[in-house]
Design a protein around this ligand. Structure first.
Ligand SMILES: *Cc1c(COP(=O)(O)O)cnc(C)c1O
Length: 368
């Protein structure tokens, strides 16, 4: 690992492989693995990550939107791609790129059949999504008859899978709620598979579902955050390796007198002589203003330096008064030791938000 000379997001593909193998070791041999690579593979790089996982033998991919699936096809992904939140305006493109829609209500089902039949499709794979308690997207239990009727009248589509999403799989205080979601899903899928007369794949588990509800792995699991190295619990974080390290360097060091201010709006005022470092990373790179004013910190030569004053668009200033460092030294924003989860907690948010915020301006580097 060479020292950073600019702001970079270093992505460790061996760590990705480790996480994939760890999650897979939790599954039965015949349970399929779907890798969730939405939002640039959680802020890393969807094309690189998906190709690497495709070579490792992942069965399925999922993205949120159709344009994300198009990008994966253009990058050489040939495995099936589930689009979790397709919008009807792009259905023609979805079919053109052999992407598979999640179908979550009557309106979108009818719109999809209409476009697919116009495009002369036969048995086009779709995924029926049920709401079992998240109350976000999904058919309801009492839509089964409607789905069955609609399906019986067309050869245009075929149900490749039936799925649902857990609302609180990482929260063991909500175990009763989660078990009820799993039970509801089983009741729904038994009815629907009987009605349609064939057996689509069934899946309900995200990463924490995989780790906490082995009885609910069914035919396939969908993992995002676990692949990127976070297990939503202290115990599982130890078994996984964060794949991304965000690094930068010190551009300039200043010494300020007592009473002098740092940054916009003079938000920080020194209470003694202080040493500050200016770093080439700001809110346009994904370090939100919420991390300013001594909430967040960076690590320089093994020591924590709080972010002082307001985060600028392209820069932050940190307090290095007690840190032995020079201009040009490497700075860790987060890595496998000082994790994105720890930094996210300083802003009262979660690893998912911090890592998916790292903007496309930050150069990605891949370690094999
Ligand atoms: C994002 C998403 C996942 C992945 O969840 P993780 O907690 O990151 O594993 C799985 N399923 C659906 C429907 C999602 O939207």
């Amino acid at each position: 690992m060479s020292k950073a000379q600019e702001t970079v997001l270093e992505i460790d593909l061996k760590a990705l492989e480790h996480n994939f193998e760890y999650l897979k070791s939790k599954l039965q041999k015949d349970t399929k693995f779907l890798a969730v690579v939405k939002a640039f593979a959680y802020g890393s790089d969807a094309n690189e990550i998906a190709n690497y996982l495709q070579d490792l033998g992942v069965d399925y991919f999922a993205v949120a939107y159709i344009n994300e699936g198009v990008a994966l096809r253009n990058a050489g992904i040939t495995k099936p791609i589930l689009v979790l939140h397709p919008l009807a305006v792009n259905f023609k493109t979805l079919i053109e790129y052999c992407l598979e829609p999640s179908i979550y209500n009557a309106k979108i089902l009818q719109e999809f059949i209409s476009v697919a039949s116009h495009e002369k499709q036969v048995e086009y794979p779709i995924h029926i999504k049920f709401n079992t308690g998240l109350n976000r997207l999904g058919f309801w239990h009492n839509d089964i008859d409607f789905i069955q009727n609609t399906l019986s009248q067309t050869k245009t589509i075929k149900v490749e899978s039936i799925f649902s999403h857990l609302a609180a799989s990482e929260d063991l205080n909500e175990k009763a709620f989660t078990l009820n979601q799993i039970k509801t899903f089983k009741i729904i899928t038994e009815k629907l598979t009987k009605a349609i007369g064939y057996k689509p794949l069934l899946h309900i588990c995200n990463t924490s579902g995989i780790l906490n509800y082995p009885e609910a792995h069914l035919n396939m699991v969908r993992s995002g955050i676990g692949l990127y190295g976070f297990g939503n619990s202290e115990k599982e974080n130890k078994n996984l390796k964060p794949i991304a390290s965000l690094k930068t360097i010190i551009s300039q060091i200043h010494t300020i007198e007592k009473g002098e201010s740092v940054g916009y709006n003079r938000a920080y005022i020194g209470d003694s002589i202080q040493k500050t470092a200016t770093l080439p990373i700001g809110h346009a790179d994904g370090i939100g203003r919420i991390y300013g004013n001594e909430k967040g910190f960076v690590t320089i030569n093994g020591q924590q330096a709080p972010i002082i004053g307001n985060v600028c668009m392209d820069m932050i200033m940190v307090n290095i008064t007690n840190i032995d460092c020079e201009e040009g030294d490497e700075v860790i924003i987060f890595d496998a030791n000082s994790t994105a989860e720890t930094l996210a907690e300083t802003a009262n948010t979660i690893s998912y938000e911090l890592i998916t915020s790292i903007s496309q301006r930050v150069k990605r580097i891949f370690l094999q």
